[in-house]
Design a protein around this ligand. Structure first.
Ligand SMILES: NC(=O)C1=CN([C@@H]2O[C@H](COP(=O)(O)OP(=O)(O)OC[C@H]3O[C@@H](n4cnc5c(N)ncnc54)[C@H](OP(=O)(O)O)[C@@H]3O)[C@@H](O)[C@H]2O)C=CC1
Ligand SMILES: CC(=O)N[C@@H](CCC(=O)OP(=O)(O)O)C(=O)O
Length: 317
């Protein structure tokens, strides 16, 4: 283990995932938060915005060159999709040994970047200093399907419902509490980014139908899997236990997990495992907190491995 602290900065630190990252990094023994960039909060004290944060750090507004000039060992990009490249290009040129972790979808299909869903891709990390963090739904979908991958007779179909923090802070119907009141809002019912992402990284087609609900954080994904041969429920459970019992951040439950129980938790839960009478159809339910295992916690897992400390350092278990 490397005992000297690595310096780290967050670009997009005002957002929902940025706020979670500030909390996790503030309690991290091997990371020192040296800058947090936000245009809107430029100059304001972080302690005024983040419960529990007691440091003196202030938000600053850095363009890509300003970020590179900070010289941090690690840079997290927590920006909306499509904004990362300008920062990556400047860091590539000015300080290529920077560890960059991108939370957006911008590099999830780029072979030069490591796709960090540790429970499924840990063995594929080859020391890359460019890490693409998976999407929140895509994490739940892949964890639900991977243990049954070799038995599939048809593309799995996943029905997802997320809290509205998943839609970020830029105002839209999907994060408008008034429009969400007593509502369930379907969107991107074919071709969602996470449908493509899960399909790509599982290596098989997945069909995904997202919805957004009135709660703030936490998502549930219910996946229907048709199988090539009948399977007993106990064998389904055995496959999931075999896959995840050694994992600190994935819990296998007998019952279907409830999203109301996962908010503020760092792990994902997978359960239900309903099997049809003919044994050839299985339904799996997964929940996770989109801001934690779906974003910030998974980012810390990936950064921990890349800086050579235990993967679960500073992650409350
Ligand atoms: N929310 C979630 O559940 C998850 C989100 N993600 C991904 O993580 C990323 C961040 O998400 P989230 O925290 O929800 O997003 P938010 O909308 O909450 O925050 C976005 C941040 O980016 C900054 N920002 C916005 N536009 C620009 C710009 N053009 N240039 C520089 N900074 C900008 C904003 O700060 P300011 O305007 O003050 O500069 C803000 O800090 C996204 O790519 C998202 O897809 C991934 C998994 C889950
Ligand atoms: C409710 C809502 O809008 N959810 C977001 C969740 C995805 C997210 O944040 O992930 P990315 O990193 O892939 O953008 C969405 O469907 O786009």
């Amino acid at each position: 283990m490397n005992t000297s602290k690595k310096t780290i900065g967050i670009v997009g630190a005002r957002g929902h995932t940025g706020a979670e990252l500030i909390r996790l990094i503030a309690a991290h023994p091997a990371l020192e938060l040296v800058f947090v960039s936000s245009r809107e909060l430029d100059g304001q004290r972080v302690a005024e915005h983040i419960d529990g944060y007691t440091g003196e750090l202030r938000y600053a507004s850095f363009d890509p060159a300003g970020v590179a000039a900070q010289g941090a060992d690690v840079v997290i990009l927590a920006l909306p999709n499509g904004k990362a490249a300008a920062y990556v290009e400047v860091l590539d040129a000015a300080k290529p040994d920077t560890l960059i972790l991108d939370l957006s979808a911008d590099y999830r299909f780029d072979e030069r970047w490591y796709y960090g869903l540790p429970e499924l891709t840990r063995d594929k990390w080859r020391g890359e200093k460019r890490i693409s963090n998976p999407g929140c739904y895509a994490t739940a979908v892949q964890l639900s399907i991977a243990p049954l991958k070799d038995l599939l007779a048809a593309p799995p179909v996943s029905f997802g419902v997320s809290g509205y923090s998943g839609a970020g802070t830029t105002p839209s119907d999907k994060n408008d509490p008034e429009k969400l009141r007593d509502n369930l809002m379907p969107y991107s019912l074919t071709g969602h980014m996470h449908e493509k992402e899960a399909s790509r990284h599982l290596g098989l087609p997945v069909e995904f139908m997202p919805h957004v609900a009135p709660h703030f954080r936490g998502l549930t994904v219910t996946t229907n899997l048709y199988l090539v041969r009948p399977i007993k429920r106990e064998d389904v459970l055995a496959r999931f236990h075999h896959a995840y019992d050694g994992e600190k951040l994935v819990k296998v439950l007998d019952d279907a997990p409830w999203v109301s129980r996962i908010a503020h938790k760092h792990h994902a839960e997978v359960g239900g495992f309903a099997v049809s009478v003919d044994g050839k159809r299985v339904v799996v339910v997964a929940t996770l907190d989109n801001l934690l295992k779906g974003a910030a916690t998974q980012a810390i897992q990936n950064i921990n491995r890349a800086i050579g400390v235990d993967e679960f350092t500073a992650i409350p278990l």
